[in-house]
Design a protein around this ligand. Sequence first.
Ligand SMILES: Cc1cc2nc3c(=O)[nH]c(=O)nc-3n(C[C@H](O)[C@H](O)[C@H](O)COP(=O)(O)OP(=O)(O)OC[C@H]3O[C@@H](n4cnc5c(N)ncnc54)[C@H](O)[C@@H]3O)c2cc1C
Length: 409
Amino acid sequence: MNRSTDYDLIIVGGGMVGASLVLALAGRGLRVALIEAYEADAEGQPSYDDRAIALAYGSRRIFDAIGVWPALERLVEPIHDIHVSDRGHFGAARLHAVDERVPALGYVVTARELGRVLLDRLHRDAAVDVFAPARVVGFEDRGDSVAVEMERGGLMTSLRCRMLVAADGGNSIIREQLDVPVVRWQYGQSAIVTNVTPTRPHGNVAYERFTDTGPVALLPMTDQRCAVVWTVCDEQVERVLQLDDDAFLAAFQRRFGYRLGRFVRAGRRSAYPLSLLRARDSVRGRVVIIGNAAHTLHPIAGQGFNLGIRDVAALAEVVDDAFSAGGDIGAAHVLDRYRRWRTTEQRNVALATDGLARLFSNPLGIVRLGRNVGLLAMEFLPGAKHPLARGAMGLLGRQPRLARGVPLG
Ligand SMILES: Cc1cc2nc3c(=O)[nH]c(=O)nc-3n(C[C@H](O)[C@H](O)[C@H](O)COP(=O)(O)OP(=O)(O)OC[C@H]3O[C@@H](n4cnc5c(N)ncnc54)[C@H](O)[C@@H]3O)c2cc1C
């Protein structure tokens, strides 16, 4: 039941990132409201569809610390090894969980299942007022608080909070209303996403293969299926979506090869146009922008949500520290601590992901030679792999308490 119009924290967007923030702060005594445009089980909910999400090992530790992992663990498939190669060329590199002394480099789960676990937990445990379906249509930062205008069932309601969090995705209206400058471009590529069943066991290996039309990722899933993320030029999208299953499997087989035998069954296909967006600032007054609203990445390295949940872990710690000390959670020095903590990593991961997307989509001979040499160097130079693996697992830089697996309280 909705009880109040006055909150410590209002979070706009109950996607993976907004819902995780609510759970991270649950039980800490804050008055929290979550405003989400879709009902929990609505078909059109954009965050919780059939795409496969590779959760980095570092994200697992955050889910552990916020008590979500036991429910998620039953639904995920671990990634024990990652195999990166340039299809038809000499370069290849491999990362192994045993070398990094972790049980898995990451875990694959569908966004839909992840959403079910997060929202179920949120509705059962968290002392939070959930407004859904409802939309934020505007807000005003009044210096000592933020007034939020929400539309629900055709009615407008005003709410007030000390701090507003924009977790409203790549097309964030909060970010736009703040007029925060962004770096943004389209890649002219789309990701075709589906799952396939190979005749050989996937062996918990994730494959990243670079092909002359763009990267292909194959991730181990439950029931011996593999999640496919196949990057194609925008002009090819419709043709690939229209293929019948046999023709699709044959086309994908030509792209990926026969390392896992033949692909015999395909799931439903969907396409996502790929773009990059990075907000040049993530804090304005009492408003913080997190997750895809602050950075939307090419899925080539599976870093989008993993970066977003690290925003969550850092913000939860900053807010909890201020609240526990009896301070104002939306004060400038509090939010500046968050900004300083996150800016460098957000920029580095966005730049690295963009660099990878460009490097590995470039068919020029000299570029291809360079990247094959790079892959070999990574495989054979002592000391080259470990930092890369730590980065992919989200374990570089100063780790918030939650990312070290330590609950806030
Ligand atoms: C093909 C593909 C594969 C990917 N694979 C991976 C992967 O393997 N690993 C990984 O880490 N990441 C991956 N990602 C990225 C990941 O999906 C995103 O980073 C993540 O979904 C972002 O979550 P979010 O909550 O920030 O935003 P969203 O998921 O966009 O959620 C925003 C929410 O805000 C709500 N909303 C919007 N406006 C309003 C409003 N005005 N009022 C109220 N509510 C509003 C929306 O309804 C939505 O629920 C992938 C992405 C794609 C496209």
